[in-house]
Design a protein around this ligand. Structure first.
Ligand SMILES: Nc1ncnc2c1ncn2[C@@H]1O[C@H](COP(=O)(O)OP(=O)(O)OP(=O)(O)O)[C@@H](O)[C@H]1O
Ligand SMILES: [Mg+2]
Length: 303
């Protein structure tokens, strides 16, 4: 996007680094720092193109362990593409013209080099508008999150069911366990997808607009769940359109425009008119929340 402000990338310090799992196995080490000294997700120079068009152009993106990181940017800026590339759902990143090789590391280990099943024990992705056409009960849909944790031929164990029910409770959906997914409302379905990802017990949780179907109370519930997960030692990266939700919850934000990072860092440094006005083509004013001290943003059209 022409006229956007580029600011220096900052990386928020990890907040509370006590990982909730004692080890991921599979060669992905947990601990106070990864093999290359980076704790959490560290993606660098990620590019992705389709039909000769560069959708992601040398994106650097971090999501520290113990922090909630927000991935922001206008429609079409590349947020979903980036999350899908990071999750290995979309083909491996290409190298940007003139750039070095892309890398996607988690706790220092090469995430995309992991076989799919092992990667699914490290990260979970909650996709934007995920749909489930299968005639599944809510509990069975959430149990799908346990598949990477059990041997291929084994059925659900008592532990799997316990984890799935706890994930449903955490997502506020315990009362819906026996319902058919197909009968749920959009917001209820979105929370089931969150529960499925929670049942996967990931060390890295990627979410694509996890609040877009939710009422305000449910939005706050979901952001609280993300905060709690981060406090438990998970690295959380969520694409969000609501900049005020991001301002309230995130430790660290990355702003994309036209497939490039235009700003990254602490919410107080990035959620400012100098960045947002150019990126979104609006006039933004920043107030300070009287209780939390966090930014509160208001928007008006540019003349
Ligand atoms: N398979 C594809 N073929 C063609 N264009 C694509 C493909 N995938 C993504 N794009 C384009 O890449 C750009 C980035 O798409 P992406 O879905 O990542 O944006 P986004 O930031 O998630 O947007 P939104 O906020 O609307 O969800 C868009 O212009 C989109 O049309
Ligand atoms: Mg998207």
């Amino acid at each position: 996007m022409s006229g956007t402000t580029r600011t220096t990338a900052h990386v928020a310090p990890p907040v509370g680094t006590d990982a909730r799992r004692d080890g991921l196995g599979d060669g992905v080490g947990r601990g106070p720092s990864g093999r290359d000294g980076t704790d959490g997700l560290d993606a660098a120079r990620v590019s992705w193109s389709v039909d000769g068009r560069l959708v992601l152009d040398g994106v650097d993106c971090t999501a520290p362990t113990g922090a909630v990181s927000g991935l922001l940017g206008p429609n079409g800026s590349g947020k979903s593409t980036l999350l899908r590339v990071l999750a290995g759902v979309r083909a491996a990143p290409s190298t940007a013209p003139g750039g070095g090789a892309a890398q996607v590391r988690f706790d220092g280990a090469d995430l995309l080099a992991l076989p799919r099943r092992r990667r699914a024990r490290v990260l979970a992705l909650v996709e934007q508008d995920a749909t489930t056409d299968l005639p599944l009960s809510v509990l069975d849909a959430v149990l799908l999150g346990r598949i990477p944790h059990r041997s291929l031929l084994a059925g659900d164990s008592a532990h799997d069911r316990e984890v799935a029910r706890a994930a449903l409770a955490r997502a506020g959906m315990a009362a819906f366990a026996e319902r058919e997914v197909a009968t749920l409302s959009g917001g209820e379905r979105q929370r089931v997808h969150l529960a499925r990802a929670l049942a996967q017990e990931p060390a890295l949780l990627l979410l694509d607009e996890p609040t877009n179907h939710l009422d305000i109370a449910a939005q706050l519930d979901t952001m609280r769940v993300l905060r709690d997960l981060a406090d438990d030692g998970v690295a959380v990266l969520a694409a969000l359109h609501d900049l005020n939700l991001a301002a309230q919850t995130c430790d660290h934000v990355v702003v994309l425009a036209d497939g490039r990072v235009v700003a990254a860092g602490d919410v107080h440094e990035v959620l400012v008119p100098e960045v947002l006005d150019a990126v979104y083509g609006v006039r933004c004013e920043v107030l300070t929340h009287p209780r939390t001290g966090r930014p509160v943003l208001t928007f008006t059209p540019q003349d």
